[in-house]
Design a protein around this ligand. Structure first.
Ligand code: 6PG
Length: 226
């Protein structure tokens, strides 16, 4: 089934970030009102940092937020390149989300051990409420890289040993698990993503195109990439 894509174009990374914050807060309010909890998967890399910093300044029903990660680099937990470290410094350490509701991937334990452990962590979550994802210059998303994506893998979390984007060892949620979500938003800024976006638009099966939630995906795109 082809991926249903909705493209949303923003003049600047700042206006894109503002729109993303509005969408995240709206998704949280709806999930908490309907089910009493908001299960959110965070994107790694650098693009989301500004969004996380803006969320830190927002009022929200934080005690009902549950935070997961779409992928993690196999580095020490306090390493500056860890996705969990960036999210904590920019946002999570600054708001009253209960620490027991923040689920970093223990990637410092190595890809295989951490992937198996995270699968157990996610066992009780049938659908995420919202999944945030980035896009790499080669079309990767999370730590699902071209030529390595097992679209039909039944695992929840995958051990990655040869990532072309350093570090080589990572843990990634699978295509299947990332798509098990009520909403998926891709956050895409920077001229370096132009080739990946063009390939995506022209129907090339880049890893990002494999994420196919029932409701389709929303792609927040900086105007220079449109
Ligand atoms: C990672 C990320 C990765 C990232 C893209 C975009 O751990 O590297 O999960 O998938 O989202 O590479 O990264 P930037 O936002 O830094 O461009």
């Amino acid at each position: 089934m082809p991926q249903q894509r909705r493209w949303h174009v923003f003049d600047t990374p700042g206006s894109l970030a503002t729109a993303a914050v509005v969408a995240i807060l709206a998704a949280a309010r709806a999930a908490i009102a309907e089910r009493g909890a908001f299960h959110l998967v965070l994107a790694g890399g650098t693009t989301p940092k500004r969004i996380y910093e803006m969320l830190a300044a927002e009022p929200a029903d934080w005690q009902h937020w549950h935070i997961y990660f779409g992928d993690e680099r196999c580095l020490p937990a306090d390493h500056t390149e860890r996705n969990s470290r960036m999210a904590s410094a920019a946002w999570l350490s600054r708001v009253a989300i209960p620490p027991a509701q923040i689920f970093p991937i223990a990637a410092e334990r190595g890809p295989a051990v951490a992937a198996a452990e995270y699968a157990r962590t996610l066992a009780g979550i049938e659908l995420f409420d919202l999944v945030l994802l980035g896009l790499g210059e080669d079309g990767h998303t999370a730590s699902l890289f071209p030529g390595q994506v097992k679209v039909h893998a039944v695992q929840v979390a995958l051990a990655v040993f040869a990532a072309p984007k350093p570090p080589p060892m990572r843990v990634s949620l699978s295509v299947r698990r990332l798509g098990a979500a009520r909403q998926v938003i891709f956050l895409v800024t920077g001229a370096a993503k132009a080739a990946a976006v063009a390939a995506w638009r022209s129907g090339v099966a880049i890893p990002a195109a494999a994420i196919q939630p029932a409701a389709g995906v929303d792609i927040y795109l900086e105007a220079l990439l449109a």
